[in-house]
Design a protein around this ligand. Structure first.
Ligand code: AMP
Length: 537
């Protein structure tokens, strides 16, 4: 078989000896790609490698097939040898073109158990459960629909993060999962990639015309739902994968209509979903995956009954549960919801992201406002865009006004009493940089990805330490450095022991008043100048 350079495509046939007896010619002048992983994805209309599905940049001089790299050429020739066909003979009939293009095949050799252990140790991936699969090293190694892989690349996700490496591998087995990882560590994609993959694959291979939802993601806040749905849409682009957002504050008829038209995924808050289910006949019996994002919150009183009510309406789906914070109670409840659960945790659960530098300041309640203004007016200390967390809706409104009046900075408030339209507009102007500061209640505390935010000021300490961990987590995404400032005083005494633990674990300075407080068990070393006092004195 001679060289074949296809016209108009500038492609090269592999014919000159290079490595391992393989042949290439370098007519195009570029280095020939050695492995499938070195090759990019094919753009629409471009030839596709018959082995792995990537861009078929070359033509195999022995079989005349499109291939992407030397590695795939070798595989191709090996296959021909296995089938005892003469070199150059066309390969046995392949699957229909659509099926061939739908999947990207695994081109990685599996890790040895030593390598897996080393990788997990290095990345602080802890696993528990039966037959936990090895972490994936690349998105292209787990047989995802090709369009999904393309969308992942378009989003700029070159490599899976540790929670994605282990979480995606585990979720793709079909088993249920309880996972904990830092805020901002890529948790959303770690459940959405398997969700999109399973839904699209199911629709692709299923001839039934049914368009009943196949997956459901529940989160505690509307903002988080909006964000999850947006990411799901980006990942599912071009695939049989439609989404419906079911949250309060948006018109219910529109949400209902969308579901009735046929969707693969519903993303919603439990309250609105129950409302919808109570008033309308929505068939949920095809739901095969239920995701509980921020599961510690979802299984707390307030949400738990609603979540369980929805769970009971489903027919034993795979349950994927994620959070940055975890407790034994959550583990127990999660185990009761799903058999044969895989546990995954990255780093230390319940610890704030290491990338956030924490500063705790002792401030009496009456002085908190002035202290905040001082920070906001200091070029050194105010690092916009920033979020200030407060404890109440009215507090958010009053404080944002006071900030604007006193410092001249444009500040807006965001809380549950504002309409969804208002909340969306505020978030938009914040994220595009028109507003440097947002004063928020807990609605912005969990999971919401506030790109660009590098500073969080916790003006009112929340009621539990987990909420604090979530709030300061907003200051860092994907391990980028951020800072947080928290105001503490005697009113937060019930959280002193936990707060000290969190500050201590991050190497932050602990305020003298906190060190000396009788509400803190003295188990940490005293800094210079921090006099020892008898416990309780
Ligand atoms: P999350 O923890 O899901 O809120 O994600 C935090 C941020 O990381 C988001 O902006 C994601 O778009 C981004 N992200 C998620 N996975 C990856 C990845 N593998 N590579 C780069 N960025 C990612």
């Amino acid at each position: 078989m001679g060289d074949v350079n296809r016209e108009n495509q500038g492609r090269t046939s592999m014919s000159t000896p290079l490595v391992d007896g393989l042949t290439v010619s370098e007519a195009a002048g570029d280095d020939v790609k050695k492995t499938s992983r070195d090759q990019r994805e094919a753009l629409p209309g471009e030839p596709i490698c018959v082995v792995c599905g990537r861009y078929g940049e070359y033509i195999c001089d022995q079989t005349d097939s499109d291939i992407c790299s030397l590695e795939c050429k070798q595989t191709l020739l090996g296959r021909a040898a296995d089938t005892h066909l003469p070199v150059g003979h066309p390969l046995p009939k392949r699957l229909a073109a659509t099926d061939e293009c739908f999947y990207v095949r695994d081109s990685e050799s599996p890790l040895t158990s030593d390598q897996t252990e080393l990788l997990r140790r290095k990345l602080e991936i802890h696993v528990k459960g039966d037959s936990v699969p090895d972490p994936i090293l690349s998105f292209s190694s787990c047989n995802l629909p090709e369009k999904l892989l393309h969308n992942i690349q378009t989003l700029g996700y070159d490599m899976p993060t540790p929670i994605q490496m282990q979480g995606i591998a585990a979720a793709l087995t079909g088993k249920s999962l309880l996972a904990s990882a830092d805020t901002g560590s890529g948790k959303t994609a770690s459940f959405l990639v398997p969700v999109v993959s399973r839904c699209a694959t199911f629709r692709h291979g299923n001839l039934s015309k049914s368009k009943k939802p196949l997956a459901m993601v529940l989160t505690p806040t509307r903002e988080l739902c909006i964000q999850v749905e947006e990411q799901a849409k980006l990942l599912g682009k071009g695939l049989p994968f439609k989404t419906a957002l079911v949250i309060g504050g948006d018109a219910m008829p529109r949400q209902l209509y969308r579901i009735q038209q046929g969707v693969e995924l519903i993303v919603g808050t439990p309250g609105r979903l129950i409302d919808l289910l109570a008033k309308h006949d929505i068939e949920l019996d095809d739901i095969m995956i239920l995701v509980l994002d921020e599961v510690d919150c979802m299984l707390q009183q307030g949400f738990r009954d609603q979540v369980m009510q929805i769970f009971r309406a489903l027919s034993q789906p795979q349950v994927l549960m994620y959070s940055a914070t975890m407790s034994q109670e959550v583990e127990k409840m999660a185990s009761s919801m799903a058999k044969d659960l895989i546990f995954v945790s990255i780093g230390q659960p319940n610890r704030p992201s290491k990338a956030v530098k924490q500063l705790a300041i002792w401030v009496e309640s009456k002085q908190k406002k002035q202290k905040l203004f001082d920070i906001l007016m200091s070029k050194q200390h105010f690092l916009p865009p920033s979020i200030v967390y407060v404890g109440s809706r009215i507090g958010a409104d009053l404080l944002s006004n006071a900030i604007t009046v006193t410092t001249g900075l444009k500040a807006l408030s965001i809380h549950g009493e504002k309409s969804m339209k208002e909340r969306r507009e505020i978030m938009k102007s914040f994220l595009v940089g028109e507003v440097p500061l947002v004063v928020a209640t807990g609605v912005l505390g969990r999971g919401v990805d506030l790109l660009g935010v590098r500073q969080v000021i916790v003006f009112d300490m929340p009621n539990c330490i987990k909420e604090y961990v979530h709030q300061i987590g907003r200051a860092s995404r994907m391990g980028e450095d951020g800072t947080s400032i928290v105001f503490v005083n005697e009113e937060n005494r019930n959280l002193f022991p936990d707060l000290v633990e969190v500050l201590k674990s991050s190497g932050a300075v602990i305020p003298r008043e906190l060190v000396n407080s009788r509400y803190v068990k003295r188990s940490f070393p005293m800094g210079k100048g921090q006099r020892k006092r008898k416990y309780g004195s």
